[in-house]
Design a protein. Structure first.
Length: 276
């Protein structure tokens, strides 16, 4: 296998497609890579992590060394409880892993990786497609969920599309404070200024469209949320603040024993059971 990689005779195999249920009842397609591809991808991820860990932003938490879901949840909790976050943009990218543009992804990789052999190797995995019921389907776009290298490729794609752009937008256009949290394609942005929130959401829609992505029209929501949300809404005669979900937890504007603000989190399943 080592010789085949270096002689450029290595061939990526189509991933085996399987489905797992999503919380909304739909099916999520997974790509189960062949053993050889898993081994080579794992080795390449180690090499590329050493390169990209120098570049990735601090608010990106998904599938990175020494970072995980709890770090992302903690960062979000600190941002909501210790800053003047009044609005939350819960952004959901429609079918992200299925719609990643191969052309843009290769361009982004070439921006940082000078070794054409690495680029060719990744191109082979992207184009290998998938096998379902014995039928092989070529891939024109997307990167299979379940492949060892897919989370890193997703992070590279969104580093250029979202992270660098969002950080620049925050510096150049924001009138108030903004917090950014991204766990692969799960994005939460907090604002203290309502106009910032609205303008950012509009700009984000346009940004995603430039790179063959789109925000889910129903799952992407801008909601009033934070330390002052309940009081502000009560003064206007509005109902209590809405909740939002992030990494399996429902986030709720609650109260402590003294009547002050307290961020509460419940697992999505426990919260759904409580509602019913």
């Amino acid at each position: 296998m080592h010789q085949r990689i270096h002689s450029n005779s290595y061939r990526a195999k189509p991933s085996r497609r399987q489905y797992i249920p999503k919380p909304d009842g739909r099916q999520r397609p997974l790509g189960i890579a062949a053993l050889e591809d898993k081994i080579v991808q794992r080795a390449l991820v180690e090499v590329l992590n050493a390169v990209y860990e120098q570049d990735f932003m601090g608010f990106s938490y998904g599938f990175r060394p020494k970072r995980g879901q709890h770090d992302a949840l903690d960062a979000l909790a600190v941002g909501i409880t210790r800053t003047k976050v009044n609005w939350i943009l819960d952004a959901d990218i429609s079918r992200f892993f299925d719609t990643v543009s191969h052309e843009w992804l290769i361009r982004f990789l070439e921006h940082r990786i000078g070794d054409s052999r690495v680029i060719r190797l990744i191109s082979k995995w992207l184009k290998a497609g998938f096998m379902e019921d014995g039928v092989v389907t070529a891939a024109e776009e997307g990167t299979p969920q379940g492949a060892v290298i897919s989370p890193l490729l997703a992070n590279i794609y969104l580093h250029y599309i979202f992270d660098l752009w969002a950080n620049q937008w925050r510096k150049r256009h924001a009138l108030g404070h903004i917090i950014l949290i991204r766990f692969v394609d799960d994005i939460v942005v907090g604002f203290d200024n309502a106009n910032d929130a609205k303008h950012f959401q509009t700009a984000l829609h346009k940004r995603m469209e430039q790179f063959s992505l789109s925000l889910h029209p129903e799952k992407t929501r801008l909601l009033e949320f934070g330390r002052f949300a309940a009081v502000n809404r009560s003064q206007r005669g509005a109902r209590k603040p809405e909740t939002f979900n992030f990494l399996g937890f429902t986030h709720i504007c609650g109260q402590n024993h003294q009547g002050g603000f307290q961020l509460k989190r419940k697992s999505r399943s426990a919260y759904q059971q409580q509602k019913h």
